[in-house]
Design a protein around this ligand. Structure first.
Ligand SMILES: [Zn+2]
Length: 184
């Protein structure tokens, strides 16, 4: 008995949905992801020697990210530039344009998904490699310093410390250094 009713509901439902075809068109994210994936595959094919997707490692991904820098539009000042660390330099300089960290981060996310959608095993996904994460973090820190964009509270530069910056939870030390300010 109920089977008949269910069949009727499905028939009515599908009739109602005829005009609802907006979900068929790929989203901007999906089409961007396809373009990125095609660009990466193309890059591997142009590689010497050519590399297949199944052979590619995180090293190829890192090379791809560096290769993309030539198409970047974000000014990243070199350490010797007088505008190093200035968010809004008053004059142009000859420092190179790079891919912004945020663009690379989003790109890796799309390619990571595309790799698995195109048959790659998650266990060997080169886009999920820890080396990629480390590279992106270095790019983020480098660009934040060069462009004067603080993304994280850090203790004041002391010059030539040489200590690792991996320590966290040093708030007490940080607040202690502010007591040396003078009011004139
Ligand atoms: Zn510069």
């Amino acid at each position: 008995m109920s089977g008949v009713n269910r069949g009727k509901d499905i028939a009515e439902g599908s009739f109602m949905n005829i005009s609802n075809d907006q979900q068929q068109t790929p989203s901007r994210y999906e089409s961007q992801k396809r373009r990125d994936w095609n660009a990466f595959v193309q890059y591997l094919q142009n590689h010497r020697p050519p590399v297949s997707v199944s052979q590619c490692s995180y090293n190829h991904v890192l090379d791809f990210l560096r290769y993309l820098d030539q198409f970047g539009k974000t000014k990243v000042h070199l350490q010797g530039c007088m505008f190093y660390g200035q968010p809004e330099p008053p004059a142009p300089c000859t420092c190179p344009l790079r891919q912004a960290w945020g663009s690379l981060d989003a790109l890796i996310g799309r390619l990571r998904a595309a790799y698995e959608e195109n048959g790659g095993a998650p266990s060997v996904n080169p886009f999920a490699s820890g080396s990629i994460r480390i590279y992106l973090r270095e790019v983020k820190e480098c660009q934040a310093k060069a462009r004067g964009i603080p993304y994280k509270k850090k203790k004041k530069k002391m010059g030539g410390g040489g200590s690792s910056s991996s320590s966290q939870g040093m708030g007490a030390e940080e607040s202690g250094s502010t007591s040396s300010f003078h009011f004139s």
